[in-house]
Design a binder for this molecule. Structure first.
Ligand code: C2E
Ligand code: CA
Ligand code: CA
Length: 600
């Protein structure tokens, strides 16, 4: 080959792109066009033979496409691919060439188009190869036949890797189930169906409760095994036509056809929950799995798969609280939106220091003195006024904001106590109680948070009491016991808040390092009218004293209540009868005057 030929534009292109990529087919025929104009035929035969793409010169002879010339790649292809194009030069292409290709050539040659590209598959079988077919018309220049250059680029490998990539993209590798992308595609197909015969369908989202805790407890390998077992059980609940996918981590979804009302969806939800009736065995552990199921029915206004999946997720969130399957209602998304904006605003409020603490006195019933204060968070919203912790603590817990909030509350409460000591001129004989959320116990290092708050304020550990709820303990008894012991080592005491509303028994509490019980106000408030409540409170008080725990009664709103609690031997009372939660200065003033009159 001469230097001149090497410098030919198409050759340089080819060197820059030395594989038979599909791009090659786009410029090759154009380059060939000029080659074919070269006078010495041997030169271009040599050149086209050097190309890795199958090329043939085809002429339309009386309506029959015939091969006039071809390169060695084309011959190789014809030999290997007998079905595709096995003809030799000049022969009638219609004998043996794949019919679709023949038809395409005939159609193209008969047209006025300058070029045409199409993809073609040889045969219908799985092993069939894929080609990119490119046809470029040659200038006629007085030639008797219409001619074109046909090039075939084998794209099989590309098509197959695209196909397997796609299969991979649509599958969850752990469970082998379709993934979120595949699920959304399937739902979109249902949504885009023929409106004359629309199928009614629903999407169910099932989320395992407490999975992350199980995962942390047993390790991620066993966690994976658990997910696989769950997937298998879910498969067993499917009816024909149902489509199950793993959306993410511990979230699964089912697409199913339903009738006119919600009952089909609720039945399916119950089937799903029923499959977890028996615990899952992992090694020698038996793990009880629960899942929250939310359902969303296809409805006007749902435009995409994401819409209906999101609706089912909203319903699922509600199911987590209610404990049974829930159907999506439009108020769910409004609630979620409000929650979301509340979350954004709460984050900002924490950053901008817009949270404050109110302090509610804890009264020692034997002396009438202020024994301590409970620190309660308050959010002074610039537009909405004071927002109750009943509203924003759940948002903080769900979003993880409870961790900075809880740490702030600890520090601010102890700082307040140090400030009162300073005003008093000497250490006050009072303690401070701070609420710590179960979420904080799970996700934060509470011990080190307590330690640094004590250090920073210079307050002795014995003057701090943490209030925790039963849910802390029920969720992870072993883990929490270790943490509570470490907290005890700092001299800090522990109170069980809202006692009676959860599930733990006193006998169970005995094994934990708990110093005090706060009896929930739902037992205290009806005491005077309701004998049962009085009986419960009496039983709790006597058991607590047997276990060496101090007792606090919440929600004391009247003098009569306070008096009967004194008679029953309760240690501390808290409630509106004595004082509401007060700002820092007022709390100090209240304590000063009350304790002065109590000691006189
Ligand atoms: P809680 O721990 O049970 O706090 C006592 C709640 O009862 C307070 O509500 C208090 O204002 C209210 N209360 C006190 N005395 C009476 C009474 O005589 N009658 C009635 N009806 N209510 C009374 P608050 O301040 O709205 O706090 C609500 C809940 O928010 C608290 O319940 C606690 O669970 C949570 N919370 C407040 N601050 C924090 C905090 O800093 N961290 C965490 N994790 N939770 C907090
Ligand atoms: Ca409390
Ligand atoms: Ca309480």
């Amino acid at each position: 080959m001469t230097m001149r030929a090497v410098q030919h534009p198409f050759y340089t292109d080819l060197r820059a792109n030395d594989s038979a990529s599909s791009e090659a087919s786009h410029y090759l025929p154009a380059a060939l066009q000029s080659l074919l104009d070269m006078p010495r035929e041997a030169a271009w035969q040599e050149l086209i033979d050097a190309l890795p793409v199958a090329i043939a010169l085809v002429a339309d002879v009386d309506g029959r496409p015939r091969i006039l010339a071809r390169n060695s790649a084309f011959i190789h292809l014809s030999d290997r691919r007998r079905n595709f194009c096995q003809e030799s030069e000049g022969e009638d292409l219609s004998r043996g060439i794949a019919l679709p290709l023949l038809a395409a050539l005939r159609d193209f040659l008969g047209s006025d188009e300058a070029d045409r590209t199409l993809s073609m598959q040889e045969g219908d079988g799985i092993g069939g190869r894929h080609f990119s077919v490119h046809m470029v018309r040659l200038r006629s220049d007085g030639a008797p036949f219409r001619r074109c250059i046909l090039s075939l680029v084998d794209r099989t490998q590309q098509v197959e890797s695209e196909r397997s990539l796609r299969a991979e993209m649509l599958h969850d590798s752990l469970t082998g189930l379709p993934n979120r992308v595949a699920f959304a595609e399937q739902v979109d197909q249902y949504i885009g169906q023929d409106m004359s015969t629309p199928r009614k369908f629903a999407v169910l989202v099932a989320d395992l409760t407490r999975f992350s805790r199980v995962n942390e407890g047993v390790g991620s390998l066993a966690g994976d095994e658990l997910i696989i077992t769950v997937a298998r059980r879910l498969v067993s609940t499917l009816r024909s036509g149902d489509f199950l996918a793993r959306l993410a981590g511990d979230e699964f979804a089912v697409l199913l056809a339903v009738g006119d009302n919600e009952s089909d969806a609720l039945h399916a939800a119950r089937r799903i929950q029923g499959c977890f009736a028996t615990p899952v065995r992992l090694g020698d552990l038996e793990i009880k799995i629960d899942c929250a199921v939310g359902c969303a029915l296809m409805a006007p206004g749902v435009e995409s798969a994401e819409d209906i999946i999101r609706n089912a997720q909203f319903a699922m969130k509600r199911a987590k609280y209610s404990g049974h399957a829930e159907i999506y209602r439009s108020s769910d998304s409004a609630a979620a939106r409000q929650r979301f904006s509340l979350e954004t605003e709460l984050r900002r409020a924490i950053e901008r220091d817009q949270l404050t603490l109110a302090f509610q006195p804890l009264i020692a019933l034997d002396s009438g003195r202020v024994a301590g204060f409970e620190a309660l968070a308050r959010w002074e919203h610039p537009e909405r006024g004071t927002i109750s912790p009943v509203e924003f603590i759940p948002v903080a817990e769900e979003s993880g904001l409870i961790i900075p909030l809880g740490r702030w509350a600890l520090r601010a409460a102890l700082r307040a106590l140090a400030e009162w000591d300073r005003r008093n001129g000497k250490t006050l004989p009072i303690y401070m109680t701070v609420n710590v959320s179960a979420v904080q116990f799970q996700r934060d290092d509470v011990v080190s948070a307590v330690q640094s708050a004590l250090m920073e304020s210079g307050i002795a550990g014995a003057r701090l009491k943490l209030e925790l709820t039963e849910s802390c303990i029920v969720s992870d008894p072993e883990g929490i016991t270790a943490v509570l012991k470490d907290i005890h080592d700092l001299d800090v005491r522990i109170a069980m808040d809202d006692f009676g509303t959860g599930y733990s028994s006193l006998a169970y509490l005995q094994r934990l390092p708990i110093d005090a019980l706060k009896i929930d106000r739902s037992f205290i408030m009806p005491m005077l009218k309701d004998r049962d409540s009085t009986a419960i409170v009496r039983a709790v008080l006597s058991l607590a004293s047997a276990l060496g725990m101090t007792t606090t009664a919440e929600g004391v709103e009247t003098a009569e209540l306070a008096e009967s609690l004194v008679a029953l031997g309760c240690d501390i009372a808290q409630g509106y009868y004595f004082a509401r939660p007060l700002p820092l200065d007022e709390a100090y003033a209240y304590m000063s005057s009350r304790n002065a009159s109590a000691s006189s």
